[in-house]
Unconditional design. Structure first.
Length: 142
């Protein structure tokens, strides 16, 4: 069984919330590729993550949505290396980065207004477009 994943700031994924399965990888491996199960599929019960504030839990759920299975668990796979142990560590690192990303609160957007120069430029461009289109019209003198 996999060990707990410590994210920091009192947040961790306990071992009880983790389960992993090894399958045959489609990546490198030479003759062993058809007989060695080096690809790792790590499943994380998001409800089992300890110390996660409610707003971070919502952000994590939104980030993990495309990777959720039918039971609502996060599924992370890794087949980067030929070794199952290193792929498991890679999958654990992916989970750690995803939870850490959910912990970071997004910066609030400060609405901005266009500068006076930008407003003037927009009006100049608008007048030029209007003039160009007016010149395209057939004249009444014909």
């Amino acid at each position: 069984m996999a060990d707990a994943i410590s994210i920091g700031e009192g947040v961790s994924v306990p071992a009880a919330a983790l389960s992993f399965r090894a399958t045959r990888s489609s990546g490198p491996g030479g003759q062993n590729v058809n007989k060695v199960a080096s690809k790792v599929e790590l499943r994380v019960d998001l409800a089992g993550i300890e110390g996660l504030p409610p707003e971070a839990r919502q952000r994590l759920h939104a980030l993990a949505l495309p990777r959720l299975d039918a039971e609502g668990r996060l599924v992370v796979t890794s087949q980067r290396t030929r070794e199952q142990r290193r792929n498991l560590e890679d999958a654990r690192e992916k989970v750690r980065r995803l939870v850490a990303r959910a912990l970071a609160a997004p910066r609030p957007r400060r609405p901005t207004a266009p500068s006076a120069a930008a407003r003037e430029q927009r009006l100049r461009d608008k007048k030029m477009r209007a003039e160009r289109k007016r010149r395209r019209r057939p004249s009444d003198e014909e």
